[in-house]
Write a protein that binds this ligand. Structure first.
Ligand SMILES: [Mg+2]
Length: 234
């Protein structure tokens, strides 16, 4: 495998470098304790989390189908989760949804190997981020976890005015980084937004697929752990 011609490595942030699952869970565990959800009749954090994850997934699906906006997702997932425990408390819903959004970006868990791999690759490549997210939130995650310094350009969908998988955000990123398509790779965990998006925009791709989800797409590289980036790029 030749990788000598690559000069720019573009990374996804959530679920690829920043451990979204774990950070989300930790935040909800803190809130479960702090807001004393047990006293409302939810027997354990595990039970709460199970219902939250179920409804969160459903609400994001509704979002993708244009049936909920972002604000509705943020609130509805808690309305539905609490309703499963016969709790109808608007005040509690808004407190949960506000504190969750405020606090989760301050959690520090990274995907295993993230810092080490960036440290190793940064002298030889220009590293950048392309992320669907808000400027303020995504910068906060990078700064808090100490990753910000590794990156040259941070491209958010908010700034680019387009969301992955739209080619527009990849074009915007290439331009900002003064990077050519053929010398650029995109590394991400989402098959559609990241891999098909990058491929359609003419970039090579590395699919970070830790759970080995089956698929039929032809992609440039596929890895199960971030440390597998090293044999590809060094
Ligand atoms: Mg991701």
């Amino acid at each position: 495998m030749t990788s000598k011609e690559y000069r720019h490595l573009f990374f996804d942030l959530d679920h690829t470098l920043w451990d979204f699952e774990r950070n989300s869970r930790e935040t909800l565990r803190d809130l479960f304790t702090e807001l004393k959800l047990e006293s409302f009749g939810i027997a354990s954090f595990g039970l709460f989390m199970e219902r939250y994850e179920y409804h969160n997934k459903y609400c994001w699906m509704q979002y993708r189908n244009g049936k909920m906006d972002k604000e509705e997702v943020r609130v509805n997932r808690f309305i539905y989760a609490l309703a499963d425990f016969q709790i109808e408390r608007k005040d509690l819903v808004y407190t949960l949804s506000d504190l969750y959004v405020q606090r989760s970006p301050d959690k520090l868990n990274l995907i295993e190997g993230a810092a080490e791999v960036l440290e190793t690759l940064s002298p030889a490549y220009r590293l950048h981020i392309i992320t669907n997210g808000f400027e303020e939130v995504q910068y906060r995650k990078l700064k808090n976890t100490g990753l910000l310094g590794y990156f040259d350009k941070i491209i958010t969908s908010e700034r680019a005015g387009a969301l992955k998988p739209s080619p527009a955000i990849f074009e915007f990123a290439l331009k900002r980084a003064s990077a050519g398509r053929s010398e650029s790779v995109y590394i991400g965990d989402n098959l559609e937004a990241d891999m098909l998006g990058a491929r359609n925009a003419g970039l090579d791709q590395v699919y970070f697929n830790p759970e080995a989800r089956p698929h039929e797409e032809k992609l440039t590289f596929e890895i199960r752990s971030l440390s597998e980036l090293l044999p590809i790029f060094t």
